[in-house]
Every structure is written in structure tokens, then in C-alpha cells.
Design a protein around this ligand. Structure first.
Ligand code: KIV
Length: 258
């Protein structure tokens, strides 16, 4: 069954939502067949498959390229794409044009935008124009060069108050869901209990309406250290290496082709 922003909203309070990233058609197909509810073409494509050290270098063209690849797999999960670094801070017409490319050209069914209440007026205009927006608060990885590091958000009371206000402003602006990244667990629970739209957490504890993980982490494909909250549910990296090694041996031993 096709997941839409409508069916997703109805899952709040019914059962946890399972979301994952994917950046290509084949991974997206596996995720869809496994029952994932939302596929996010995250700008984490930068640090996972493109070899950058953060999401900052990822451009709109790259997002369109990878989103279109995922869309070609015709996924049953809702297909969302990230609006990349700095793009959401231009004027409304340019942001709308970026969303239009992700939706019309690439085939995304929703966009995700990092940023809190300060972006709410812009997001209200986007949702009014028919762009389904998934808000993203807490740690905003596109801010890493300003922050100087990745850290947990909402531990201090003032920051927790601001994040709750962000969540309410984004809900009012028409976001169909909120992503809470590295948000203190009790705050994530408060936000989840306060807003009527689903919250999807990553490193935000167990109280959100759903969870999201980066596919390379959850599949065990990440070569180096993973974020502390991530968990590998498979050892695909070992299997991939085994496959390559068996192929190399077979070629060198003239066992392949027969
Ligand atoms: O780009 C991404 O992968 C994200 C994660 C927080 C899921 O936004």
C-alpha cells in the first residue's frame, strides 16, 4: 500500500513509523520490500556514498540526481528528499523552485527542511503552494560549520523551550511530520505528546512516533565508527566484501567463467 502524508499522520498513536534513508534505486527497492514507511533521500548522501566529510558540500543537483534514481524504483514508502545546504535560506521564489525541482523533476513526494521557527513563515508559504514539508529540528547537520561539532540538543532548559516553540511553529506552518535529531529524550517525549503530527527521531530516544536511520549504518555498511545512537541490524559490509573476495579468487584461479 502506498504511504502518503495522510496515511502517515494516521499512524501517530497507532504504531511506530520506520523510516530509512536510501540514495539509489536498488537500496530503495530493498527498503520498500522490507516494509519501511518513509524513504528519505537524505543529504547524508554526502558523507555516506559521495565521500564528503559532511552534508555541507551536497548541492541541489546532487539531490535531484539521487532522488530521481530512488523515484525510478517506484517505492511504496513515502519518498522525501532533503533541501540541501543553505538552499532554504534564499527568498521564497528560489526555495519554491528548489522544491519544485525535487518534486516535479526528481519525483519526491515531500521535502525535508532543516530549521525551526525562523523558517516557519517560508514553510507556511510552501505548504500553501502544495509542497509537503517535513520539518527537521534539534541537531541540524547543515549547521555543523557554525556549531563546530555534532552535539545533543535540548539539555539546557532555554534550548529545550526554544525547540518546543520550534516544533509548534512548524506544526502551525503545515509540516506533516517533524524529524527530531539528537534531541534530549525527555524533550523528544514532550514534543511528541504536544504536537499532533508524527515525530520521527534519530538519536532522540524511544519516545518519538517513529525512528529513522541512515541506511549504510543500519545495514552494517559504514566502514568507520558510527554515531553512538546508530545500530547495525545486518552485516552487509562483510557480505559485500566476501562477494568481491570470492569473485577475485575465482577469476585468479580461472574458475570463473567456466
Ligand atoms: O540526511 C539525512 O540522512 C538525515 C538524517 C537525520 C536521517 O537528515
Amino acid at each position: 500500500m502506498k504511504t502518503t502524508t495522510h496515511t502517515l499522520r494516521k499512524l501517530k498513536g497507532q504504531r511506530p513509523i520506520a523510516a530509512a534513508t536510501a540514495y539509489d534505486a536498488i537500496t530503495a527497492r530493498y527498503a520498500a520490500e522490507a516494509g519501511v514507511d518513509i524513504i528519505l533521500v537524505g543529504d547524508s548522501v554526502g558523507n555516506t556514498v559521495l565521500g564528503f566529510d559532511s552534508t555541507v558540500p551536497v548541492t541541489l543537483d546532487m539531490m535531484v540526481h539521487h532522488t530521481a534514481a530512488v523515484a525510478r524504483s517506484r517505492p511504496e514508502p513515502l519518498l522525501a528528499a532533503d533541501v540541501p545546504f543553505a538552499e532554504a535560506h534564499y527568498d521564497y521564489e528560489r526555495v519554491l523552485a528548489a522544491c519544485q525541482r525535487l518534486i516535479q523533476q526528481a519525483g519526491a513526494e515531500a521535502v525535508k527542511i532543516e530549521g525551526g521557527a525562523r523558517l516557519a513563515p517560508l514553510i507556511a508559504r510552501l505548504t500553501g503552494a502544495g509542497v509537503p514539508v517535513w520539518g527537521h529540528i534539534g541537531l541540524e547537520p547543515q549547521q555543523v560549520r557554525v556549531l563546530g561539532r555534532y552535539r545533543r540538543f535540548g539539555v539546557e532548559a532555554a534550548e529545550a523551550d526554544r525547540l518546543l516553540a520550534d516544533a509548534l511553529a512548524l506544526e502551525k506552518a503545515g509540516c506533516f511530520a517533524l524529524l527530531l535529531e539528537m534531541t534530549e529524550s525527555n524533550l523528544a517525549r514532550t514534543i511528541t505528546e504536544t504536537v499532533k503530527i508524527p515525530t520521527i527521531g534519530i538519536g532522540a530516544g524511544p519516545h518519538c512516533d517513529g525512528q529513522i536511520l541512515v541506511c549504510t549504518d543500519l545495514l552494517g555498511l559504514t566502514p568507520g565508527p558510527m554515531p553512538s545512537f546508530a545500530h547495525a541490524f545486518a552485516a552487509a559490509g562483510d557480505e559485500v566484501k566476501k562477494g568481491f573476495a570470492a569473485y577475485v579468487m575465482a577469476v585468479r584461479a580461472r574458475q570463473y567463467p567456466k
